[in-house]
Design a binder for this molecule. Structure first.
Ligand SMILES: [Zn+2]
Length: 149
């Protein structure tokens, strides 16, 4: 560990032990260094965007139009959907219980939609769906009599 890293670690330790004081110092620093902070943000846009994306991925769940704090499961390496194993542009956190939203799966958008359908119990309609297709295609021989019009 280099000297600057040691200093940073010592600062973090102090901040953990003096949360309220650290909060006051941080606020004062922000008020007294607005130009400096603005310049830093302008020069580090990408870095800040990625850090904020990673933070939100790990800690924020959007459900029912609300953002709630949740410690989610680890985001899969390489954007690989946990259900279909395909690489996706981005993965969504599918959860099934608002009482325990930390339990979830990282899914691509189509699998997320399918998982929501499974959760609603609409999977019962899958058999009927395939049977209706056979009827429409004029091959009702495989359809049970009870389903024939
Ligand atoms: Zn998928």
């Amino acid at each position: 560990m280099g000297n600057s890293e040691r200093k940073k670690e010592a600062t973090r330790r102090w901040q953990r032990r003096h949360r309220e004081e650290a909060r006051i110092y941080a606020r004062r620093y922000r008020e007294e260094n607005k130009d400096k902070i603005q310049a830093y943000r302008a020069a580090n846009k990408d870095r800040i965007r990625v850090r904020s994306r990673d933070y939100n991925r790990k800690n924020i769940l959007t459900t029912g139009g609300k953002h709630i704090r949740v410690r989610k499961r680890e985001y899969p390496e390489g954007n690989v959907c946990e259900l279909c194993n395909e690489v996706s542009q981005r993965l969504e956190y599918h959860h099934w219980s608002d009482e325990a939203p930390q339990f979830g799966l990282w899914l691509c958008p189509p699998c997320h939609k399918a998982a929501d359908v499974f959760e609603r119990g609409s999977i019962d309609k899958l058999d009927k769906y395939y049977q209706l297709k056979k009827i429409v295609e004029g091959k009702p021989d495989v359809v049970p009599a009870s389903l024939l019009p």
